[in-house]
Design a protein. Structure first.
Length: 140
């Protein structure tokens, strides 16, 4: 059944059957997209305030999901980086749906975005994670 007015699913996702055994419902609705982009902007600001000019040679973007043609191991990545070439800067891609799926609430969403971004920036630039996160927002 369709969710035309964003009020949630009106019925069960799958009727009881021998495979499912019981009704299956959607896990939870996704969080609003503007909130996700706001948290990405906050993470960028936090990294830039900790280490100025570290993001000057990086492009940061958001995609819905990772490319399915890429072979991933048993887990879905939260972010990825692409090395710089002579034609373009290094890129960091944050995947919105996998992060939202793992986040239980908006605080976890904010922290997952920050952790994913810090780890990718550290891998791309060679800076340590502790340098990019001096206030230990990651919680480690």
């Amino acid at each position: 059944m369709r969710d035309r007015h964003r009020r949630g699913m009106r019925g069960m996702l799958a009727p009881p059957n021998c495979i499912a055994g019981q009704m299956l419902r959607l896990r939870r609705p996704t969080l609003p997209t503007p909130l996700f982009f706001h948290y990405v902007a906050e993470a960028i600001e936090a990294i830039d305030s900790a280490v100025p000019d570290v993001l000057n040679h990086l492009e940061i973007g958001v995609e819905e999901v990772p490319d399915v043609s890429a072979l991933w191991s048993s887990h879905m990545p939260l972010a990825a980086s692409v090395e710089a070439t002579k034609d373009h800067l290094a890129q960091i891609i944050i995947y919105r749906r996998p992060i939202e799926f793992r986040a239980g609430d908006s605080d976890q969403l904010k922290q997952l975005i920050f952790v994913a971004l810090v780890e990718q920036v550290a891998a791309s630039t060679g800076h340590s994670v502790a340098t990019l996160d001096p206030d230990n927002i990651r919680g480690e």
